[in-house]
Write a protein that binds this ligand. Structure first.
Ligand code: NAI
Ligand code: A1CAB
Length: 265
């Protein structure tokens, strides 16, 4: 897959937080900088420092893939730049909200893969959900999945409308976890710990628990039970957290999903 991309090229439309995170992951995994053309009116300092990557130059004739990573609100302005690319290019959009039909309306009957990744892609630990349109060949869908799997896990969806809930869970999800670090650190401070120490403990705890969940086969429930001594400290803490968190998380994911639906307009 990287061989084909290195030979034919990859175009990235929009290199902000998510496009940059994925590009960082691909460059670290064998994508040659010279094979990459980025279109972005405001290139970041990180992008400017990527020697060899073409920024705001003419596009290659027929790149293997064009990644669309602009905000849904910018789509109308941004998409015409890709109009010259033909049906041999697979268009992969990572935008929340924007439906496949909008790309077909703007670009014609081209192969489109709609994907929802997340920022841990920057360290090869993302997860992306994907769905293709009727013009995508199995080989093109496989290539898009291989590209995304270079920066994490990939799941294939059956219906495009599932992607709004995916966005609410895994697209936005890293932010919920980072907020958990912030809240856990603040709670440590409230118990008298110095801010730096509380943050060190909270960050390492969330990272360590995440890594344990990643490496172990045990369910999340079992991993929780393993920490919880009967009548011990964890049980006392969970008796406060568990009645509150599921409903709070349900409302959080519902709000994010609903916002993804609104962005369709
Ligand atoms: N940040 C995240 O965690 C995730 C974001 N996404 C999706 O990725 C897309 C980008 O989001 P972010 O990277 O967070 O936003 P961002 O604001 O960091 O990046 C957007 C980039 O697009 C550029 N841009 C603006 N107008 C343009 C144009 N006409 N042509 C080319 N580039 C243009 C901007 O200069 C900016 O660098 C959105 O559609 C979002 O829904 C999807 C999954 C996760
Ligand atoms: O907040 C957003 O709209 C984007 C989509 C998923 C994560 N960030």
């Amino acid at each position: 897959m990287m061989d084909e991309l290195n030979a034919r090229g990859l175009v990235l439309l929009g290199c902000g937080k998510m496009g940059g995170a994925m590009l960082a992951g691909w460059l670290a995994r064998g994508l040659k900088p010279e094979a990459v053309t980025v279109l972005d009116p405001h290139p970041s300092d990180w992008l400017k420092a990527q020697a060899g990557v073409r920024v705001n130059t003419a596009l290659p004739q027929s790149p293997a893939v064009a990644i669309i990573a602009v905000k849904p609100q910018m789509m109308g302005d941004a998409l015409p730049a890709l109009k010259a690319l033909g049906p041999a290019t697979t268009f992969v959009s990572i935008a929340a909200g924007t439906p496949i039909a909008a790309f077909e309306a703007a670009l014609g009957a081209v192969p489109v893969v709609r994907a929802m990744p997340n920022t841990p892609a920057a360290v090869g630990r993302g997860i992306s959900a994907v769905i293709g349109n009727s013009a995508v060949t199995p080989e093109q869908l496989d290539m898009a999945c291989a590209l995304l799997s270079a920066v994490g896990e990939v799941v294939r969806l059956d219906h495009e409308d599932q992607i709004d809930a995916v966005t609410g869970v895994s697209g936005s999800g890293p932010a919920y976890v980072f907020h958990m670090i912030e809240a856990l650190a603040q709670a440590g401070e409230a118990q008298g710990l110095a801010p730096d120490l509380a943050m060190t403990l909270a960050r390492a705890t969330v990272c360590g628990a995440g890594e344990l969940a990643h490496q172990e086969d045990a369910t999340a429930e079992q991993l929780r039970i393993n920490v919880t001594s009967p009548n011990g400290t964890t049980q006392a803490g969970l008796e406060v957290l568990m009645p509150e968190l599921p409903d709070l998380m349900r409302r959080t994911v519902e709000a994010a999903t609903n916002r993804a639906k609104e962005l369709r307009a």
